[in-house]
Design a protein around this ligand. Structure first.
Ligand code: AMP
Length: 285
């Protein structure tokens, strides 16, 4: 595996990889890799000739009071994991390579980026859309893999790629991969390592309460009542705040008061101390 950190090196390495017409899959990450990320890589490897992974802790998607400086960075360890999975190329630019002096452009996706995490984290999805747009243009992959763990992020990226014609001739396919979970159901996340042992134990209440709420809603319980019970269960388990607990249309992410014919998704963001956890589940399908 080759690791590159300048655009010039990236272009040279990509040209070599493409050769005649080999296909390339992109797996964008912020590093601190776990089995969730590696599952994306394995899916990508199964579908493309070569996998390009990126590691970039994107300052533009962190708010002023968020964990940019504390975010775990372990490039050597991550590179070894990616190499072991057969990744061909690691694109690991620093912030100055991604945003050279004078950088002034912002990609903003209205609608789908505005509620849920977009409401709690102003500017977050602008940062995500801007960097993913750049990654798509830099790598020009045939396909790109993202986790359903970040369900709203995936919706924002799909909308951005569609609206900005990034879907063809490259990034023909944006592929969502189901959430990879720990044995107790907690969605894997680089942020789980912030949790103290008793917080980590309490965090398992999140997927458990969400499963219960999804089953209740599917079984006919009123959505508002199921969401109230979910919030109460999280607070009783040791969560300190709920940013949101919402049933939404899976495509538009517009809130739903009851199940409809189109697919629905239960989405929750909740805090334990200083750590914010998110999760989502399909409901009724
Ligand atoms: P991150 O490094 O947190 O920005 O995540 C990089 C990619 O991995 C994103 O597409 C995430 O949605 C995906 N990802 C993170 N955690 C998981 C997980 N537990 N299961 C599946 N995909 C994940």
């Amino acid at each position: 595996m080759q690791t590159v950190n300048t655009l010039r090196m990236l272009r040279t390495a990509l040209a070599q990889l493409r050769g005649g017409n080999a296909t390339i899959a992109l797996v964008p990450t912020m590093g601190a890799l776990h089995e969730g990320h590696l599952t994306l890589v394995r899916r990508a490897k199964a579908e493309a000739d070569h996998v390009v992974a990126s590691i970039f802790v994107n300052p533009k998607q962190f708010g002023p009071n968020e964990d940019l400086d504390a975010y775990p960075r372990q490039l050597a360890e991550d590179a070894a994991m990616l190499e072991a999975e057969g990744v061909a190329l690691l694109w690991a630019p620093d912030a100055a390579a991604m945003y050279p002096p004078g950088f002034v452009t912002n990609v903003r996706v209205a609608g789908v980026s505005e509620g849920l995490c977009g409401a709690a984290r102003p500017g977050h999805f602008d940062g995500v859309a801007t960097v993913v747009c750049k990654l798509f243009n830099q790598v020009a992959p045939d396909m790109a893999f993202f986790g359903e763990k970040d369900f709203q992020q995936l919706a924002v990226i799909r909308a951005m790629a569609r609206d900005l014609d990034l879907t063809a001739p490259h990034v023909d396919r944006i592929i969502g991969v189901p959430t990879v979970r720990e044995a107790d159901g907690l969605a894997m996340s680089s942020r789980n390592r912030y949790l103290m042992p008793e917080q980590r134990a309490a965090a398992a209440a999140l997927p458990r309460a969400m499963q219960a709420a999804a089953a209740a809603i599917t079984g006919g319980t009123e959505v508002a009542e199921a969401l109230r019970a979910l919030e109460a269960e999280l607070l009783a388990a040791g969560f300190t705040a709920i940013d949101y607990a919402t049933l939404a249309d899976a495509a538009s992410l517009a809130p739903l008061e009851k199940l409809a014919a189109s697919p629905a998704r239960l989405l929750v963001a909740a805090r334990i101390g200083g750590t914010r956890l998110i999760d989502n589940l399909a409901v009724g399908s």
